[in-house]
Design a binder for this molecule. Structure first.
Ligand SMILES: C[S@@+](CC[C@H](N)C(=O)[O-])C[C@H]1O[C@@H](n2cnc3c(N)ncnc32)[C@H](O)[C@@H]1O
Length: 225
């Protein structure tokens, strides 16, 4: 055995020589639930387990209806697109925007562009988006590991999502927005509350337990809001 290799072995108390106890993430109940959802998504042909968050939102709040025109911000890899497409049916339309390409095959009622919502350049696409029934945002910034920075970046995406909802939603339209909880959260929630008749906070069971993400579910956009 090469010199020094044995030093990495655990001692009898289960501790490494550094004194740190090995973490047991893989077998924790939270991870089993995560794995179950990932396997379920694969079996049901969704590219991401995040579909179950939207499913929970839909079951509880009835956001999407047959025939609706829906915008999905931060739509890659495409699970919400597929789920929304089924809910609105072939008389409805789903538009998606993401920084990344959506690589899965999409149903005929879905149209996607690759763009940055913070500096949208595709004005032709934007022109199609008047009179929407629903704006969804599952956008998330690339995380840095610094919770305050991540929350600030998430809030900037949420503000842009809300601006888009204000411009493109018809009166009584609905808005669903993921936000990382942080200092900006209360102000953003108040701003949404002022523009919609109802506004609820919801953490789906399918969110990872350690995640700071939460969803704002705002229904019935006020006239002129
Ligand atoms: C959690 S993923 C969305 C998953 C998606 N709802 C699904 O079910 O497949 C978040 C997405 O937000 C996108 N995103 C982040 N910042 C963005 C921006 N400025 N403009 C557009 N998309 C953005 C990311 O590229 C990423 O694909």
């Amino acid at each position: 055995m090469p010199a020094g290799k044995n030093k990495l072995k655990k001692n009898r108390s289960g501790k490494r020589p550094s004194g740190k106890t090995k973490r047991r993430h893989a077998s924790s109940p939270g991870n089993q639930w995560d794995d179950h959802l990932t396997r379920r998504a694969r079996a049901e042909n969704y590219p991401a387990r995040s579909v179950y968050k939207l499913e929970e939102i839909q079951k509880k709040f009835k956001i999407l209806r047959s025939g609706d025109r829906v915008l999905d911000l931060g739509c890659a890899p495409g699970s919400w697109l597929l789920y929304a497409s089924k809910q609105v049916g072939m008389t409805g339309r789903v538009f998606g925007i993401d920084l990344k390409d959506v690589e899965i095959q999409l149903p005929a009622n879905v149209r996607v562009i690759r763009d940055n919502i913070l500096k949208m350049e595709d004005t032709v696409f934007l022109g199609d988006l008047a009179g929407l029934d629903v704006v969804l945002s599952d956008m998330a910034p690339a995380t840095t590991g610094r919770k305050d920075v991540d929350a600030l970046r998430s809030a900037a995406l949420c503000e842009m999502a809300l601006d888009t909802a204000e411009t493109c939603l018809s009166a009584n339209g609905h808005f669903v927005c993921k936000i990382f909880q942080g200092n900006e959260f209360n102000l953003f929630q108040k701003t949404v509350q002022a523009r919609f008749k109802t506004c609820k906070i919801f953490k789906p069971e399918s969110c990872r337990k350690q995640s700071k993400e939460i969803y704002i579910i705002a229904k019935y956009k006020k006239q002129g809001g």
